[in-house]
Design a protein around this ligand. Structure first.
Ligand SMILES: *Cc1c(COP(=O)(O)O)cnc(C)c1O
Length: 386
């Protein structure tokens, strides 16, 4: 007889269902791309983070396969044990060059970076200052650090300034998303850099959605704002625009040396698999040699923004290929998502706790592989559904 100790779960799941908050998996039968196969239907995919369309690029796939053939399917151990490959160092050098920093250190995912790096920089007696809309992994990293956590209002520079001025903490760390993943807007980075310098605070920037997308060479928001050498900790992921899997911290050699010793989510986990590293290196080559991908994405994004604005959705703050169609109630977002799907468009409803209560939405995202016709078709379908 199985234990009855889990008998509370069905009731809780039913309660989630009743509140429109139940989440379910739905497997795809195809690779990531502008059109995917879901439950036997071909749907235009408007919710991936594969912004440059590299996840299923033939060259990236081939590089993944070649790395696996040469180094095996798995790294077999943590980096500090016997999982450290020449390939990891090659990728770290490439990432540091792309970010314009002296050094970079790979992690298994963006979640690992945020969950472990905050706690390697601050602890009890220190203070961390975090934008209220930061990614869940940053929230968890702040909690795990056991530093005092001060949450400031979204993009509120004055609020952050008063919190910093009032703090007597030994060390201070300001942490913010560069681009906020559910809204597509950007942190007021230059103002935050200046505040951190004035108050002697470390600055930690999460470039998960901006790496490969923003800046003259696609390095990210810090490049776009010209402040790369004034950000202490630059975090980026390989699983979004770079089409692979994994993440990294870029910064000074001292920083990556310290994290190698003290970031628990680096020390106590298996190294990235070779295929992910090979894919990421190929993606970095494409990022450097095919700027037209980002140009195409910009043109498509402008078209999407104009169309959504015409439907009454404010897009002024949007700087990345992420477009929030805020509908309010969970049921409204779910219904819109369902009816769009009947018209051939896959756009997930985003609900609490991913976004604040009462702001459930369709989070529409684009990639360089979409076509203008797909954007226009979606806008027409959305108008119809609304
Ligand atoms: C996706 C994301 C992460 C997590 O990265 P993974 O590599 O998917 O674990 C962290 N921060 C932000 C802002 C993200 O959007």
């Amino acid at each position: 007889m199985p234990s009855r100790a889990l008998d509370w779960i069905p009731g809780e799941l039913a309660a989630l269902e009743a509140r429109g908050l139940r989440r379910r998996l739905e497997p795809m039968g195809t690779a990531q791309g502008p059109v995917i196969g879901l439950s036997g239907h071909a749907l235009v995919n408007l919710c991936s983070n594969d912004y440059l369309g590299l996840a299923a690029d033939r060259r990236v796939e081939r590089a993944a396969a070649e790395a696996a053939r040469r180094y095996g399917a798995g790294a077999g151990a943590a980096r500090l044990v016997v999982g450290d490959l020449l390939l990891h160092h090659e990728l770290e050098e490439r990432l540091a060059r792309m970010k314009g920093t002296p050094s970079a250190l790979l992690f298994s995912s963006g979640y690992h970076v945020n969950a472990g790096v905050v706690g390697a920089l601050v602890g009890p007696g220190d203070a961390v200052f975090s934008d209220e809309w930061n990614h869940a992994s940053i929230i968890d990293g702040c909690r795990l650090s056991r530093a005092d956590v001060h949450v400031f209002r979204h993009r509120d520079v004055d609020g952050l300034a008063s919190l910093l001025a009032a703090s007597r903490a030994r060390r201070k760390l300001v942490v913010t998303d560069a681009v906020f993943g559910m809204d597509g807007d950007a942190a007021p980075l230059v103002e935050i850099v200046e505040l951190c310098e004035r108050h002697g605070a470390m600055l930690y920037l999460d470039e998960a959605h901006s790496t490969g997308v923003l800046g003259a060479t696609g390095s990210g928001l810090a490049e776009a704002m010209g402040v790369t050498d004034r950000v202490d900790v630059l975090m980026g992921t390989l699983g979004k625009a770079l089409g692979s899997f994994g993440a990294f911290v870029a910064g000074s050699r001292e920083l990556t040396d310290w994290l190698t010793c003290r970031a628990r989510t680096f020390v106590f986990t298996t190294a990235l698999p070779p295929a992910s590293c090979g894919a990421a290196i190929a993606a970095l080559d494409i990022l450097a040699t095919e700027p037209e991908r980002r140009a195409r994405l910009d043109v498509l994004s402008a078209r999407m923004k104009a169309g959504l604005e015409a439907l009454g959705f404010p897009m002024k703050a949007v700087v990345a290929p992420i477009f929030p169609v805020v509908l309010g109630e969970e049921s409204r977002a779910l219904e819109a998502s369902r009816r769009l799907r009947e018209r051939g468009f896959h756009v997930k409803a985003i609900r609490p706790p991913t976004v604040p209560a009462g702001t459930s939405r369709l989070r529409v995202s684009l990639t360089a592989s979409h076509t203008p016709d797909q954007v226009d078709g979606f806008l027409a379908a959305l108008k119809d559904v609304l």
